[in-house]
Ligand binder design. Structure first.
Ligand SMILES: Cc1ncc(COP(=O)(O)O)c(C=O)c1O
Length: 397
């Protein structure tokens, strides 16, 4: 009765089973969740005033507009212009989320079993999105030096006759590195030469920290020369994933943009998936998003300081360190390889009631990496990092 493409292996891995057990077992010590990245549970700011903006009475009328309401498309254009990036409202396509945008773009660009190149380490949701579209995801490695860098010659070696697009996550999740201008230029040249599109996920683009170097590209909307789709949305830009509004900026050579827009229009018209109230509220939400990003920046940088201080004071002697990151919401921590990642995460869960992500969730090319969210409240975050360094000390002694 069901399609072969949805016959996914749904058996839980050991870590998920242990997590369920830890959640259901009564224990006087509360679980400390350093994977919490739902911004609506983070208490970073009071989102109620923004959510109330959805009450515009014009929202009671339905206007089926495939690319979105003109005011909302202009608001996205203004959002980029405030960052010094000229984006025309005509090149903006609204979607219900960035995830939906990926799905539409995979459909636009790839036939069954065509391939899309994706960064590794990277964001695991892409595997599921590609599986539903029957697109073949082929990883390209980000090479680790000072941070994780794009290796464009290596990407070029992985392009073959099935390849249709290259996905870039800018800054990458969870490694937090931005593409440099020079790397972006070579990538655009490669895409143009090989007739490929770039799909650039910039959901964390506003979350750029002090460690970001000046030659980091602000946005791929600045590039020219190949067909590029730049994705973002309210789930990160305003910490409002529940409003379900994302967008695609389509840009590049005029003829390709025209053809892409014509095809996307049919797809968007088929779904009409973005609600009118959120579209009407978008200008005001995006006008206020800089304050939201500032509040998140405050939370993230103060958690980073706590993390760095505790790792230096109590973890350095065992070689524990945070890897360099330039943006995003996550920190990557290297731990001693006396245990593999799964063992570390199980020990932390079962003995310390601490939840952290093993690096293999994100396909790191090395063992001994744990990933934590920087969104939790400061008290919880400090408690979690203390439990982490306490466990490492106990295991290494
Ligand atoms: C890199 C990246 N892209 C996209 C998304 C999903 O965004 P949306 O809520 O707009 O689908 C996430 C969610 O965490 C993400 O980390």
């Amino acid at each position: 009765m069901f399609s072969a493409r949805t016959s996914w292996n749904r058996t839980e891995n050991r870590w998920n089973v242990a997590l369920e057990r830890a959640r259901s077992q009564p224990d006087p010590r509360p679980l400390c969740d350093l994977t919490e990245s739902n911004p609506t549970r983070s208490g970073i700011y009071d989102s109620e005033p923004l959510v109330r903006l959805l009450g515009d009475p014009r929202g009671s009328r339905y206007q089926p507009l495939p690319f979105g309401h003109p005011e909302a498309r202009s608001a996205v254009s203004q959002y980029y212009r405030r960052r010094g990036l000229p984006v025309s409202p005509d090149n903006v396509v609204l979607t219900a989320s960035t995830s939906e945008a990926y799905g539409w773009l995979f459909t636009l660009l790839a036939d069954r079993n065509d391939a899309v190149l994706v960064p590794r380490p990277g964001y695991p949701l892409l595997d599921w999105l590609a599986a539903t579209q029957e697109v073949d995801l082929r990883p390209y490695p980000l090479t680790f030096g000072v941070g994780w860098r794009l290796d464009v010659p290596e990407i070029a070696r992985r392009v073959d006759e099935h390849t249709r697009a290259i996905v870039v996550v800018h800054p990458n999740n969870p490694t937090g590195t931005f593409v440099r201008r020079e790397e972006a230029d070579s990538l655009v040249r490669l895409a143009a030469d090989r007739k490929l599109a770039l799909v650039v996920d910039e959901v964390f683009g506003d979350f750029r920290w002090d460690e970001a170097p000046p030659d980091a590209l602000a946005s791929f909307t600045e590039t020219a020369g190949c067909l590029a789709f730049v994705l973002s949305g309210l789930s990160k830009v305003a910490l409002l994933p529940q409003l379900k509004l994302g967008w695609i900026v389509v840009h590049g050579p005029t003829d390709l943009v025209r053809e892409a827009m014509a095809r996307l229009e049919i797809m968007a018209d088929t779904y009409l998936s973005v609600g009118t109230p959120v579209q009407l509220a978008l200008p005001e939400i995006l006008a206020r998003s800089p304050q939201v990003v500032e509040a998140a920046r405050h939370r993230i940088t103060s958690n980073l300081r706590v993390l760095d201080r505790l790792l230096l004071e109590r973890g350095a002697e065992f070689g524990v360190r945070r890897l360099p990151m330039e943006g995003g919401w996550y920190a990557v921590i290297e731990v001693p390889r006396i245990h593999d990642e799964e063992r570390w995460t199980l020990l932390l869960l079962e003995r310390d009631r601490l939840i952290v992500h093993p690096g293999y969730f994100f396909d790191f090319d090395r063992d001994g990496v744990l990933v934590v969210s920087l969104l939790p409240s400061p008290d919880l975050f400090e408690q979690g990092v203390s439990r982490l360094v306490g466990r490492i000390t106990a295991e290494c002694r």
